[in-house]
Design a protein around this ligand. Structure first.
Ligand SMILES: [Zn+2]
Length: 347
């Protein structure tokens, strides 16, 4: 089904890695993928990775993933809602929803897995014989991604940062898929689109999707370890609009076309990074336009009472696109990212 690629091994309809799922069945199936792990807490039992497969039969397949990082919540809430509300009779294809991909991280309210420290978005294509996080990556990359025509990996800033509510796309991997990404993010209707370099993070689901030749986009839906109601509301109207455009959701009374987003690019110079240990004071707000050289942050020293705070300046002209939330910082901590404006006509 995927454009230009074939799975590396046969995809079975009933796969031993899942309970409760027959990928050839129609209707709504609720089940879970298997992660097996043995330590002092987990005695070799299965750690479930919940998923839903909602299908009307043959047709395009969408794979919706949330909880790649456990403390990023808007996508998780939307995924649970879609599992409850998507009606297979209104589909013309299949929607696979994975609402808590790194389920140990989700259960632990943490970015990465508390079991093995694994960052799922650095673990693709995974390893079925590896640790828990590598097993999750192998389930998604090996058993779900090869069935998909469209993948969305829904992230947010997590507990430590807030993003402008954005669609987030890697440039590439080819002209056709790039054009499809641009169409998809416009339909999603988030107010910003952040463009990054091809295959920006090796081991991410976005990279795995691009390497497999499957239309793959991501989001950054606010963050701060909470649920941004506005970003969630935008996704609630945007996701059905996108699924209808992909030919998966039938008879969708389409929400009006969204406004053109503001296009931004994250570049290597975007990061404003602390060189000091202390307390981070932002001097600008998320979404604010800044000029290169403008003071944007200070870090106050905790013990050197007579020492002035260290100042940080915008490295480029742009928009404050990501803001750190935790105040206590060490050298190397990104305080914020300034994204460069991007002319959509140049894309
Ligand atoms: Zn994330």
């Amino acid at each position: 089904m995927s454009a230009g690629t074939a799975p590396t091994r046969p995809l079975e309809a009933i796969c031993a890695n899942f309970t409760g799922i027959d990928f050839s069945a129609t209707g709504k199936q609720l089940g879970y993928g298997h992660v097996v792990h043995s330590d002092n807490v987990y005695d070799g039992s299965v750690i479930p990775v919940p998923l839903a497969v909602i299908s009307s039969g043959p047709g395009p397949v969408a794979l919706l993933v949330a909880g790649t990082h456990g403390d990023e919540y808007e996508g998780q809430v939307l995924a649970h809602e879609l599992i409850r509300e998507l009606d297979p009779e209104r589909l013309s294809g299949t929607v696979i929803v994975v609402p808590a991909a790194n389920s140990p991280a989700v259960r632990g309210a943490a970015r990465v897995s508390p079991i093995d420290g694994g960052n799922l978005n650095r673990s693709y294509p995974g390893n079925a014989d590896g640790g828990p996080t590598e097993q999750v990556a192998a389930l998604i990359a090996g058993d779900l991604l090869p069935r998909a025509d469209f993948v969305i990996d829904m992230h947010s800033g997590g507990s430590n940062s807030t993003y402008l509510p954005s669609a987030f796309i890697y440039r590439g991997p080819d002209e056709e898929l790039w054009g499809a990404k641009l169409r998809a993010v416009r339909l999603l209707g988030l107010p910003y689109v952040m463009v990054v370099a091809p295959l920006l993070e090796p081991g991410s689901l976005s990279s795995a999707g691009d390497l497999a030749g499957v239309l793959t986009i991501s989001t950054e839906l606010s963050g701060s370890g909470t649920v941004d109601r506005h970003a969630l509301a935008t996704m609630r109207s945007g996701m059905p609009r996108l699924l209808a455009d992909l030919g998966i959701l039938r008879d969708e009374a389409r929400a009006p076309a969204p406004a053109e987003p503001q296009w931004l690019e994250l570049v290597p110079e975007s990061a404003v990074t602390s060189t000091a240990a202390g307390l981070f004071e932002p001097l600008v707000d998320l979404g604010e336009s800044v000029r290169a050289g403008q003071p944007v942050a200070r870090v106050h020293f905790i013990d050197e009472l007579d020492r002035a705070p260290r100042s940080y300046h915008a490295p480029i002209d742009g928009v404050v696109a990501i803001m750190r939330r935790s105040t206590r910082v060490d050298p190397g901590a990104h305080l914020m990212h300034i994204a460069a404006p991007l002319d959509p006509d140049s894309l």
